[in-house]
Design a binder for this molecule. Structure first.
Ligand code: HEM
Length: 162
């Protein structure tokens, strides 16, 4: 395997495969609350980039629901991090933010979607990844849509599976 590029060393704690340890919780004022399971993969090829893939399934029916994949880059010499993301819903997005210890705080920096994306359209996303002292990874996602202000949509914790 390639050696980790020093540019992404500050994010080495993300690398590997993570499985939700108990179902995550989805909510939003306009939808019925739901539970989901999710697997996250973070890998690298020795480039100053981390590759990722997130696959989410309905907790009860196991139906595939949401998927996103993309790349993570770090601005050299800073704690500034960028996620370049494609989502199966037809959304493409750049999120940027800061790494503080083992917590990543990201916000939408730019966003585009397919012309026939389902409404309401997302206007803003904000998310936090945090490696907890117990070794679990936690992700919280909030979003604003055409008709709702920024509010939590997802909360989930993962256990490292490899
Ligand atoms: C609903 C966006 C991730 C499951 C929605 C809605 C939006 C949205 C805009 C419609 C809200 C409304 O009708 O007012 C996003 C974005 C995500 C994301 C931007 C990632 C950043 C996920 C994930 C799951 C999920 C990981 C997990 C399985 C659902 C479900 C609904 C929903 C079940 C309600 C039913 C539906 O409209 O399909 N999401 N979502 N979403 N989302 Fe997400």
């Amino acid at each position: 395997a390639a050696e980790l590029n020093p540019a992404v060393l500050p994010l080495d704690w993300l690398l590997g495969t993570w499985e939700s340890d108990e179902p995550g919780e989805g909510c939003f004022p306009t939808i019925n609350p739901f539970r989901y399971i999710e697997t996250l993969y973070f890998s690298h090829m020795g480039q100053p980039v981390i590759n990722f893939m997130f696959n989410a399934f309905h907790a009860e029916s196991k139906k595939p629901l949401h998927r996103e994949c993309g790349f993570i880059r770090v601005q050299p010499g800073t704690n500034r991090v960028a996620f370049i993301i494609a989502q199966n819903s037809g959304l493409v997005e750049v999120e940027e933010g800061e790494l503080t210890g083992q917590q990543l705080n990201l916000q939408t920096h730019s966003l585009a979607r397919i012309s026939f994306a389902k409404e309401p359209h997302v206007q803003q996303i904000s998310r936090v990844f945090q490696l907890r002292p117990d070794g679990r990874l936690e992700q919280t996602v909030s979003m604003a849509t055409d008709n709702q202000p920024l509010m939590q949509h997802l909360h989930i914790t993962y256990r490292r599976s490899s």
